[in-house]
Structure formats: C-alpha cells, structure tokens
Write a protein that binds this ligand. Structure first.
Ligand code: HEC
Ligand code: HEC
Length: 360
C-alpha cells in the first residue's frame, strides 16, 4: 500500500517535469561545446570528400556541390546534380551537419546518422551515381589512402566505413565565433543595437523563433511556407525528370501527375504533407545564398519580405506588417548567426598504383 502511494507521487512528479519541459518557450541557443571527433577518421574523410574518384564517372566530388569557397554549398539556386542530369532542389551547406535533427529539404534522413546520408549522396543516381564496391576498389588502389587508413585501423578500406569516415569529417565542420554566440554568452557589445532590435522582432512580433530555434535555428520539423516553385523545375525537362524519378523511387502514388515539388509528401504519402519542407538552419547565411529548397530568394531582404506577406500559397504563416526599420533590423540580426568563414586547404588527389597481392 505504501509502495503504491509512493509510485503515484513519483508518477506525478515525472508527469509535471515533462509538462514543464514542454511549456518552456523555444529559443535560439549558442553553438554548444562539442567533443572533437576521431582525428584519424576526419583526416581520411577530408581526403575522400575532395576526391572525385568516389563518383561513378570520376567527375564530381562532394566539394563540387558543397564547395568550401561557396559556404560549403554551390551558390546555385538549383543543384546541377550528377553530370548529364539536373537536380530539382538546392544544394544546402554541409556546415553544422552534426547539429541537424533531420537531413534533406524534405527531412527524409535522420540527422544522427551521417554515414547513411553520405551513402545516399554517393550511391544516388542524381548526385554521385557510384557503386559502393567500385568505390572501395578504386580507393584501395591509392597507396596514400591505405597508409592513412592503417593509422586508423588494421583492416582494408571498405565501403560502409568510407561512408562513416566522410560522415565524421562533415560532422567536424561547425560555425565558430558567431557574434550571436558571444552575445548570448554575455558580451553585450558583440552585436549592434540594430541587430539587438532585430532579435526582438525575431522572438516577438515576427515569431520566427517558433520554428527557427535551438543552436542552429531549426526545430527539424516540416512546415508549408508556400515558397513558389522555381520556374526551371517545370520548364527544363532534365529537372522534371530528376523530380519524377525521386518520386518514383520513393513510391509516391500517381507521381506522374506531379508538376511541382511536393516536399515531404513523397516520403510520408500523407496528403497533409504536400508542400512541406524542413525548417532551414539560420547559421552561416552570410555565405550560403540563394535561399530555400529551390533557391528562389537571392537575398535575405527577399526572404524577410516573403515572411512579411505571410509567405506564399497555402502557408501556415500570417502577414507580419513589419516596418522597413524592423525588416532591416531582422536581416542585421540574422547575419550575427554567421561565424568565421570555414576554409580548408584542398588536398591533392594522390595517384593510384595496382595493389601487390599480400603487400598492400
Ligand atoms: C551533384 C551535387 C551533389 C554532390 C556531388 C553531393 N551533394 Fe550533398 N546534397 C546535394 C543536394 C541537391 C542536396 C539536397 C537534396 C534534397 O534535399 O533532396 C544535398 C544534401 C546534402 C546534405 C544534407 C544537408 C542538410 O542540411 O539537410 C549533406 C550533409 C550533404 N549533402 C553532404 C554531401 C557529401 C558528404 C557529399 C559527398 C559524399 C555530397 N553531399 C555530394 C547535392 C550534392
Ligand atoms: C512555421 C515555421 C516557420 C516560421 C514561423 C519561420 N520559418 Fe523560416 N523557414 C521555415 C521552413 C520550413 C523553411 C524552408 C522552406 C523551403 O525551403 O521551402 C524556412 C527557411 C528559412 C530561410 C532560408 C534559409 C536557407 O538556408 O535557405 C530563412 C533565411 C528563414 N527561413 C528565415 C525566417 C525568418 C526571418 C522568419 C521570421 C520572419 C522565419 N523564417 C519564420 C519555417 C519557418
């Protein structure tokens, strides 16, 4: 009897803390301190990331679409995709991959599993079109890579581990030194008075924070904001083809009728998800224009104007009636979330040599 009473009280306490955690208002946070990853894996991953031997036709590397010089994206509205194709969505930055709750514009992959994301990028027809066994054999013919691998572990280069190694590398790329982070940690002078006013608009009148929260400014959820379709997706048959093929692969019903990007509906097949995309992160926007899943907005001013009007057709948003001063302040604030430019020396691609049986 006494035990049962105790259990009821405990249950109540747990229930209450749960409710408290839920009622806590969402907020934007500083980048968390993270433990450095495995150094040997990161070094290998850096080489593989820049090596175009991991694509089917030897033509593209990860950096072709996620280029350090272009904010680890490609600067295009819509991605070129694999040679001879053209993709129907924008290539996002790989910065802060470690902090993504979900990956991809339609949120189809788990952010905790960078290895699977890398496997998809490499083996997917639209991006690198590579067979993972062929990739493994190519990499094994590079003596420098075998030597680097041996610093990590004592077996041979193999496919799934290559995916994890590149995953570990992208997880090491993070926003650092952003003025906003210094500001929330107590340095009041780290951002301008205008940016501070913008932060108030962000949290208050515009309520951007309801979706853009956490350390990278994304709740990892899916919403319909009604960004208009990029005209080239409908006019350029090559882009229509990659879109329809993506839907066919996902098993979307009646996919041949689709004439616009349906977002997460192709994955969930729930009609309520038509036109929903994942909340984009707000870090490093300074380097990653154009914006949105199809790069429809070239500038942050255009993005803010779009939200001010209550988004596009069918959006869950309301018009904001921001003044010109508030809009400008909001843009100034958004830019404080960008850190130092993450640059990197591109490694040389070492030559191949036939393996000697039993020797390497
Ligand atoms: C041909 C261009 C291309 C290549 C090559 C490419 N990607 Fe991508 N990447 C994209 C596009 C386009 C998307 C978005 C796809 C979507 O949402 O449908 C994407 C998405 C991503 C994402 C998800 C980011 C997010 O915030 O959701 C990561 C991480 C990523 N790629 C890493 C890589 C890595 C690592 C490689 C090399 C193994 C690679 N990509 C190769 C074009 C490319
Ligand atoms: C209801 C949730 C929600 C609200 C509120 C919201 N956003 Fe977004 N935001 C999203 C989604 C979803 C996307 C991706 C849409 C797409 O690509 O079609 C996005 C994309 C963006 C992007 C593009 C980033 C990139 O890299 O492409 C920016 C910038 C942005 N939002 C800023 C804001 C600002 C500023 C506000 C407040 C005025 C705001 N958002 C309010 C959900 C929201």
């Amino acid at each position: 009897m006494r035990i049962a009473k105790h259990a009821v009280v405990l249950g109540l306490v747990i229930g209450m803390t749960g409710a408290l955690a839920q009622s806590k208002a969402p907020e934007l946070q500083a980048m968390p301190e993270t433990k450095p990853g495995n150094a040997a894996m990161i070094e290998l991953g850096r080489h593989f990331y820049f090596d175009n031997r991991i694509s089917g036709d030897w033509g593209v590397s990860c950096a072709s679409c996620h280029d350090p010089e272009k904010g680890w994206a490609d600067g295009q509205a819509l991605s070129a995709g694999y040679p001879s194709m053209e993709y129907f969505r924008n290539a996002p930055t790989v910065i802060n991959a470690r902090h993504r709750i979900r990956f991809m514009w339609d949120g189809r992959l788990d952010g905790a599993d960078a290895g699977t994301l890398v496997r998809d990028m490499i083996t997917e027809t639209h991006t690198m079109n590579m067979d993972s066994r062929l990739m493994q054999e190519r990499l094994k013919q590079v003596p420098e890579y075998n030597a680097l691998w041996k610093k990590w572990r004592n077996d041979d280069i193999n496919g799934m581990r290559v995916f994890n190694v590149i995953g570990e590398f992208i997880r090491s790329l993070e926003t650092t030194n952003a003025p906003f982070d210094k500001f929330v940690k107590g340095d009041a002078a780290a951002i301008s008075a205008e940016a501070k006013a913008g932060y108030e608009v962000f949290k208050g009148k515009a309520n951007c924070v309801s979706c853009h929260n956490g350390p990278i400014g994304s709740d990892g959820k899916l919403y319909k904001t009604g960004v208009p379709e990029h005209p080239d997706v409908l006019k350029n048959p090559l882009r229509t083809i990659t879109m329809l093929r993506h839907y066919a692969t996902s098993g979307m019903p009646n996919y041949m009728n689709a004439r616009t990007d349906v977002g997460s509906y192709a994955i969930t097949k729930d009609k309520r998800d038509i036109g929903k995309f994942q909340t984009a992160q707000l870090r490093d926007l300074k380097y990653t224009a154009p914006y949105m899943h199809n790069g429809m907005f070239a500038t942050l001013d255009q993005v803010v104007d779009f939200y001010d009007k209550g988004g596009g057709e069918g959006a869950v948003l309301q018009p904001l009636n921001l003044t010109a001063t508030e809009k400008k302040a909001l843009v100034a604030f958004l830019l404080t979330l960008s850190g130092d430019k993450v640059t990197m020396k591109v490694p040389d691609q070492p030559d191949m040599q036939p393996r000697v049986y039993g020797k390497n």
